[in-house]
Design a protein around this ligand. Structure first.
Ligand SMILES: [Zn+2]
Length: 423
């Protein structure tokens, strides 16, 4: 009897969730293009374009919850009832740029693109950006009327060719990943498919992706480029590629990114995707990962496989870098604020982090000696700082390319995130 009751409760629970999605949303995607602009003193968000594409490939339950806080959030409210019906977190290159010197004296603008399920009724959409003290630094609200004739329809008749690399057990509850080609000419697409397959295998060789592999859908999108390779401004090399990616982002030599978010999402229109991995056809070392925006990595370097997985730790799970620099110029993590990232602590609210995984009598900070190599502790150095910020293990995929796996704290964070999206 108890079992039957429990079963009924579960079934009813599922129906409530499905009902909530169907009450407020159609099975379609609303893609919203924004411009984020400003300098260190003032930031501004403005609306660019609204687009609609078939099907919705993001979460269908826990719609108004986020598994990680991020450096910003997008919030959808039903206009008539003010009820919050969808929320997602993200990070942006714009906010990262604000930590450099240029925004001290110059205002710039950046493209940003977000996907939300297509609302059935009028909604109010709010964007919030947070500073490194986790306080709101910019906010913007606008209305979307779903019958607006100027919402551009995309991805209905013309889609970039793609190949399904991995199919999930249950397509209604899975995580959609798209690999996309950057700097591959049409004749190089077999190379791209092989590169995407190899990178995918690298991700699923790591726990907990390995044991939860059947919850993922992976496609490889063959976006064609005119030139082969990518731009390297420090060497005066400029190429014409699908996403206009380049090294030397913010004048940092190994920082390979694309700032053309609209081109990226245009190439993906109508394709089953939520999380994006851009593979760049270059042998030069570089990459970057931005939470719920994209992961971008070089495709042909001996370290490609660990770098793709490391950057996916940022873009998919919101994990922080666990390394520090000897001469950090601008502190990313103030020592009196607990970071939101699950794999760092300033000890301000360590109870929210991995305190429950710490063996009894572990000294804090934990000495970085050989016998502690495989022990969870509280090791000083992480989040680009050598002091005041702590990490869970001496080494991790989020610290070095040599370590073969994610540390237990990162593994737990990733597992929780996969469960959040698929259970
Ligand atoms: Zn870790």
């Amino acid at each position: 009897m108890k079992k039957i009751l429990l079963f009924l409760v579960c079934v009813l629970g599922l129906q409530v969730h499905a009902q909530q999605f169907n009450d407020y949303f159609d099975d379609a995607t609303l893609r919203i293009d924004y411009t984020f602009s400003g300098d260190v003193h003032q930031q501004r968000i403005t609306l660019d374009k609204l687009n609609r594409s078939p099907r919705w490939y993001g979460k269908r339950q826990r719609l108004a919850e986020v598994p990680v806080e991020g450096n910003g959030q997008i919030i959808v409210r039903h206009h008539a009832t003010r009820k919050e019906i969808y929320r997602q977190s993200f990070s942006t290159l714009f906010q990262e740029w604000l930590s450099y010197d240029e925004p001290q004296h110059t205002a710039r603008s950046f493209e940003n693109v977000f996907l939300v399920p297509m609302p059935k009724d009028t909604v109010d959409i709010t964007l919030e950006l947070y500073n490194n003290r986790r306080a709101v630094m910019a906010t913007f609200t606008h209305q979307v009327v779903p019958t607006d004739i100027l919402i551009r329809h995309i991805g209905e008749h013309h889609r970039t060719p793609f190949v399904q690399l991995l199919s999930p057990k249950d397509t209604s509850r899975c995580i959609h990943i798209a690999f996309i080609a950057e700097g591959y000419q049409p004749s190089e697409m077999p190379t791209f498919i092989a590169d995407a397959t190899s990178s995918m295998e690298a991700i699923f060789a790591h726990e907990p992706f390995k044991s939860l592999k059947d919850r993922f859908s992976v496609v490889a999108v063959q976006a064609p480029s005119i030139d082969s390779g990518t731009s390297i401004p420090s060497k005066g090399i400029w190429k014409q590629t699908a996403l206009s990616s380049h090294f030397d982002t913010f004048y940092s030599e190994r920082y390979l990114t694309t700032l053309n978010l609209k081109d990226l999402h245009d190439q993906l229109a109508g394709i089953p995707y939520e999380h994006i991995i851009v593979l760049v056809n270059t042998t030069h070392y570089g990459g970057g990962g931005i939470l719920n925006s994209y992961n971008l990595s070089m495709a042909h370097h001996p370290l490609t496989r660990p770098v793709v997985v490391h950057e996916f730790g940022h873009s998919f799970a919101g994990l922080a870098d666990e390394y520090g620099y000897a001469n950090e110029q601008i502190p990313m993590y103030p020592h009196d604020v607990e970071p939101w990232e699950p794999n760092l602590t300033t000890l301000v609210h360590f109870g929210d982090k991995w305190k429950d995984m710490l063996p009894a009598h572990t000294p804090i900070p934990t000495p970085q000696v050989a016998k502690n190599q495989q022990r969870i502790g509280v090791y000083e150095g992480g989040g680009y700082a050598l002091h005041g910020v702590y990490r869970p293990m001496m080494d991790c995929r989020m610290r070095t390319n040599e370590n073969p796996e994610f540390c237990p704290v990162c593994r737990r964070a990733i597992r929780r995130l996969i469960q959040f999206y698929t259970e």
